[in-house]
Design a protein around this ligand. Structure first.
Ligand code: TXA
Ligand code: MG
Length: 332
């Protein structure tokens, strides 16, 4: 079966997608970060279908996508002042807030936790769809543990047959998933870094923000996550030419993901794909590049490590998780 996609989405097509969602269907749609796998957040069967399509364990919670910050009143049991302040500054946008859940929120959505993750995405198609269909759960539209999709073709290739519709909004502007911030404790805590940095949040709130280390489950914080199928090794840029030569000499087919201009000389026949050495542009191309290298039929992807600078936090986080798969295999 060929799955329909909608490239230039008209109001009538949004209505069609909303009707599918109201009937309990699953519709992939673009957000500014990555593509999401949308289902009506109030229909248990639809939410369970999303877990089944992703192959995601049922106790890993989903983000509820709202049309505006007003939705906080319906979905969170108590809304701290910090949530309103952050929503005012960053929504619509790539920030997810974890708050105590309202009583009606399905266990299927929260994985049985007493909290719920909420965000208002900054993509006109996503907002139009949520306005028409109501709040949507939307995990990244990939199989569990794999790379998030940043264009409709990625979704179609990986999950197309299982979906009722894919709305095509072109490539995602940001390219890595939203920053997740827990407001459950006195100190706000980043559970997943994204393009909205801890510093930006601290500036808006006027108080410190903690990183990770939460007691709350967040599958995005598993080490092996956001991974290509091909083993991936993260190396200092200056180590890459020699390492490449050594692997190639041992008969491995190697591809390199560079950051900026190449340092040193390249062994013949090694594919080197480079992303800009600017964090926003790098993030935007990261998943598409890893997918391309995954499809290139190599045995190993060597990645030149980007700068260890706070502006690179989200990119560093995703690269480390992608590399974790290989070190595990390599050490066992
Ligand atoms: O940018 C994004 O956030 C994308 C787009 C589609 O909006 N969505 C996304 O969803 O990345 P997903 O399901 O791939 O990742 C959601 C993350 C998971 O790591 C999950 O554990 C965490 O959000 N999460 C959801 N509810 C939570 C909760 N109540 N407490 C802590 N973490 C939660
Ligand atoms: Mg995901």
């Amino acid at each position: 079966m060929d799955i329909p996609t909608r490239v230039e989405t008209t109001p009538a097509q949004i209505q069609e997608a909303a009707a599918i969602l109201r009937r309990g269907g699953v519709v992939a749609f673009p957000t500014e970060t990555v593509y999401g796998l949308g289902a009506d957040a109030r229909q248990e069967t639809a939410v369970r279908r999303v877990f089944a399509i992703k192959g995601r364990p049922a106790d890993h919670p989903l983000i509820v996508h709202l049309a505006s910050a007003e939705g906080l009143r319906d979905w969170a049991q108590a809304v701290p002042e910090a949530a309103w302040v952050l929503a005012e500054r960053f929504w619509p946008g790539p920030l997810t807030l974890v708050l105590p859940r309202a009583a009606h929120v399905l266990d299927a959505v929260t994985g049985g936790q007493t909290s719920v993750a909420l965000r208002v995405p900054a993509h006109p198609l996503a907002l139009a769809l949520i306005r028409a269909a109501g709040p949507l759960v939307a995990p990244s539209a990939n199989r569990f543990g794999r790379l998030s999709p940043t264009c409709a073709e990625h979704v179609k290739a990986e999950l197309g047959k299982a979906l009722d519709l894919i709305l095509d909004g072109g490539p995602c502007r940001i390219g890595v998933e939203s920053t997740i911030l827990s407001l459950l404790d006195d100190t706000p805590r980043i559970l997943r870094p994204g393009v909205i940095t801890p510093e930006a949040i601290e500036t808006v709130l006027g108080r410190p923000v903690a990183m990770h280390g939460s007691r709350v489950r967040a599958p995005g914080t598993l080490s092996a996550h956001y991974a290509p199928r091909t083993p991936l090794v993260l190396l200092l840029a200056q180590e890459v030419p020699q390492q490449t030569a050594e692997w190639v000499a041992q008969g491995w087919r190697v591809a390199v993901l560079g950051c900026g201009e190449p340092a040193g000389r390249w062994p013949a026949g090694v594919q080197r794909l480079a992303l800009p050495d600017r964090p926003a542009e790098y993030a935007c191309g990261l998943y598409a590049s890893l997918r391309a290298l995954d499809a290139a039929g190599v045995d190993l992807i060597l990645v030149e490590e980007p700068p260890l600078d706070p502006a690179w936090l989200a990119v560093q986080d995703r690269l480390r998780r992608a590399a974790a798969t290989f070190s595990k295999k390599g050490s066992s």
